[in-house]
Ligand binder design. Structure first.
Ligand SMILES: O=C(O)CCC(=O)C(=O)O
Ligand SMILES: [Fe+2]
Length: 415
């Protein structure tokens, strides 16, 4: 048993004291915003008592080749925690569908160890840099080569943008991603969305000069493809589109193509596909990712419940790649009132969120599980990997890739 779960250990007692100190003056009034989703988030987020993972679906426990990885980390869930359906992939491997969430497909350990390393390298050294915005660009003069590449040579001090403090609302650059309820995008409101002003975000008045290595720990996201405007929660199509890297695009297409979507959707009638009726029949041929985000989580970071509804296509697969430390992922239904299913996502796992129900399901990441970096990503004496291993020891990366438009919709802006 890990020491923080052993009630007689010093580590447990220390956590208990800390918990008592921080909760001493807390107002215990009934939380008016209480929902089943919020309750689950709170439970998995808690530092004390540490959450039990007994109800968390951990598909890695079914795979003997992952036992070393499971033994190296403290946190393990259960394969019996949630009902699933096994789906044979076209290459004889298996994926898992969750009957309560139509369109959710989990491909455990889909990426080889080498591919995981390649995508971690790509995230930090190729994607989190100009011309792709990151959360830090608004607030800091980030060097064009990106923080990762610059700090390989010298831990230079990065200067804040220092705006006129009297002219803007207070905003910080490090907190969790701000998630507000935006109207879902669709082909009907596309033109209105394009015309809506997208003012640049305001730099923080309080950002201090910081060394690259320190700022890297504050990096939360890097943009992929179509530029996302966080202020309006809409894509800023007028800005054009950055290239989606071929390697990433190929990984995502491979994940979508290896699934026989008939096996997924044959069992589900009654889903409301709107104008995108039977669109899954052609995903194997025409799925094409063109936008996304690389999420960087440090072990204390969380991602609150949200729905990704900025894409004009509301049903095409969203491919979500997990790298580094493991996490608890929660996914529920169309409101926060649906009790979410907890799923343990480990490095190399791919999740596909597809179809009208799953793409509109609330989901979030309440917990990054510390000390779960798998042995194959740890420092192996390879000089080139050592810096990645050190950064990844406290990090989870999620590459979240989307197709913005339905295949038969060609917006005027693209003509
Ligand atoms: O980190 C994850 O697994 C999910 C990320 C996510 O939901 C998002 O980027 O919209
Ligand atoms: Fe999401």
């Amino acid at each position: 048993m890990p020491s923080f779960q052993d009630t007689s250990s010093a580590a447990y007692k220390k956590a208990q004291r800390q918990h008592q100190k921080t909760t001493k003056n807390r107002n215990n009034a009934v939380d008016v915003d209480w929902t089943p989703f919020r309750a689950a988030e709170k439970m998995y987020k808690a530092r004390f008592p540490p959450p039990s993972l007994a109800n968390v679906l951990d598909l890695a426990t079914l795979d003997n080749t992952r036992s070393e990885e499971l033994e190296a980390g403290f946190w393990v869930g259960r394969s019996e925690a949630v009902e699933f359906r096994e789906i044979k992939l076209k290459d004889a491997r298996v994926a898992y569908a969750i009957p309560s969430i139509p369109g959710l497909v989990i491909l455990p350990s889909f990426l080889s160890h080498k591919r995981q390393k390649d995508l971690i390298r790509w995230s930090l050294s190729s994607q989190a840099r100009h011309p792709n915005p990151t959360n830090l660009d608004t607030h800091y003069f980030i060097p064009e080569e990106g923080l990762w590449n610059v700090s390989a040579h010298e831990d230079v001090i990065v200067q804040p943008r220092n705006p006129d403090p009297s002219s803007m609302p207070h905003e910080t650059c490090t907190g969790p991603r701000q998630l507000i309820n935006n109207a879902p995008a669709s082909t009907d409101n596309f033109q209105t969305m394009v015309e809506m002003p997208k003012p640049p975000p305001t730099p923080s008045a309080t950002a201090q000069p910081l060394p690259c290595s320190h700022l890297l720990r504050k990096m939360r996201w890097a943009n992929i493809g179509w530029y996302y405007h966080w202020g309006t929660k809409q894509y800023d199509f007028a800005k054009g589109k950055a290239r989606v890297d071929d390697v990433l695009s190929d990984v995502c297409k491979e994940a979508v193509r290896i699934i026989d979507w008939d096996k997924i959707y044959n069992t589900w009638d009654g889903l409301d596909w709107g104008d995108e009726q039977l669109s899954w029949k052609s995903w194997n041929e025409n799925y094409e990712p063109d936008a996304g985000i690389v999420n960087f989580y440090q072990t204390k970071d969380t991602l609150m419940a949200h729905v990704d509804r900025s894409e004009v296509c509301a049903t095409a697969p969203l491919v979500s790649i997990s790298l580094g430390n493991a996490a608890v992922f929660l996914i529920g239904g169309p409101t926060r009132d649906t009790e979410p299913v907890p799923i343990l996502l480990r490095s190399g796992d791919v999740v596909i969120m597809s179809g009208p129900a799953c793409r509109r399901a609330y989901h979030g990441v309440p917990r990054i599980l510390d000390d779960t970096l798998p042995p194959h990503l740890a420092d192996c004496g390879d000089e080139d990997w050592a810096r990645y291993a050190s950064y990844m020891s406290k990090t989870r990366i999620n590459i979240n890739v989307r197709q913005v438009f339905p295949r038969d919709f060609v917006p005027a802006i693209l003509l």
